[in-house]
Design a protein. Structure first.
Ligand code: CP
Length: 293
């Protein structure tokens, strides 16, 4: 694997290879030797992040790599430097791997063209967030033993969600059935998955309720009754199957798509997802390091 800008071309075998590698790291604390020794990773975040940036930086450090970190706030972009000049400036310092987040769809692929470096998409606009879907797969395998045959309900602002973009590529390829649920303006077009017009319909049957934040920064706006209609509250969580689980990529808007009881209750895997981000990103970085010429 030379870069990871999209999940659209990853085969089931490639996905399982990355997931298995992450599972081995998670289970044994194995650090893949010093897979990134002598290799520098630059995290280039043009949008805010807590989970993704910190876990990539921790993953690279645990693999023996060097890390440099660019964040828009406090950078020379405030003096008028263009995004292309910013990217080329960071690349000129020599990092072999660039981890890129940006509000524009496709920006990581553009960075790859500009620099010729290995690029990991850490979230582009409303399009994809590949390592989020991978760490979610790792979380489900660790908690439920596998993904084949699971029914996963993705609920909320799906149209604006890059997490959903990657989940819709990855999970069906691993054998899951997806059901989308949300108000009509939040549903994407032309996806081919089942749609539930009522959250209570899917809550009772799904193995996984995967909630998404309303992406207000991308122009989405929820109605006043959103939590009542589409939020997972304690009443709805009580209707879930006894073995079903709750997921959310974070950050959460508590009281909007999810209640405190659902977020913090025993079915919630939300902090497991965060924890699995580190071994998953270690697996991705180690795979990229093997492909560096
Ligand atoms: N899930 C996710 O991408 O979180 P951050 O925005 O905190 O990185």
């Amino acid at each position: 694997m030379k870069s990871l800008v999209t999940t659209s071309h990853l085969s089931r075998q490639e996905l399982e290879g990355l997931i298995d590698r992450a599972l081995r790291i998670a289970a044994s604390g194995e650090v893949e030797g010093q897979a990134l020794k002598g290799i520098a990773v630059a995290t280039l975040f043009f949008e805010p992040s807590t989970r993704t940036r910190l876990s990539f930086e921790l993953a690279a450090t645990r693999l023996g790599g060097d890390v440099v970190s660019f964040e828009l706030a406090g950078s020379s972009a405030a003096k008028g430097e263009s995004e292309r000049d910013t990217v080329l400036t960071v690349a000129a310092m020599g990092p072999e791997i660039l981890v890129v987040r940006h509000s524009t769809d496709g920006f990581p692929a553009v960075v790859q063209e500009w620099t010729g470096r290995a690029v990991v998409n850490a979230g582009d606009g409303s399009r994809e967030h590949p390592t989020q879907a991978l760490l979610d797969a790792v979380t489900l395998v660790r908690k439920l033993g596998g993904i084949d045959g699971l029914t996963i309900a993705i609920v909320g602002d799906i149209a604006h969600s890059r997490v959903a973009g990657s989940l819709m590529n990855v999970m069906p390829r691993l054998g899951a059935q997806l059901v989308l649920a949300g108000p009509e303006p939040f549903l994407p077009r032309g996806h081919g998955f089942g749609v539930a017009s009522d959250l209570d319909e899917v809550v009772a049957v799904a193995d996984v309720i995967y909630l998404l934040r309303v992406q207000r920064e991308r122009g989405a706006k929820e109605g006043e009754d959103y939590h009542r209609l589409w939020g997972l509250d304690a009443r709805r969580a009580a209707k879930m199957r006894t073995d079903a689980v709750i997921m959310h990529p974070g950050p959460m808007n508590r009281g909007v798509e999810i209640s405190d009881e659902a977020a913090d209750g025993p079915r919630s895997l939300i902090l497991d997802q965060v924890a699995n981000g580190v071994p998953t990103r270690m697996a991705v970085l180690a795979a990229l390091a093997e492909s560096l010429s």
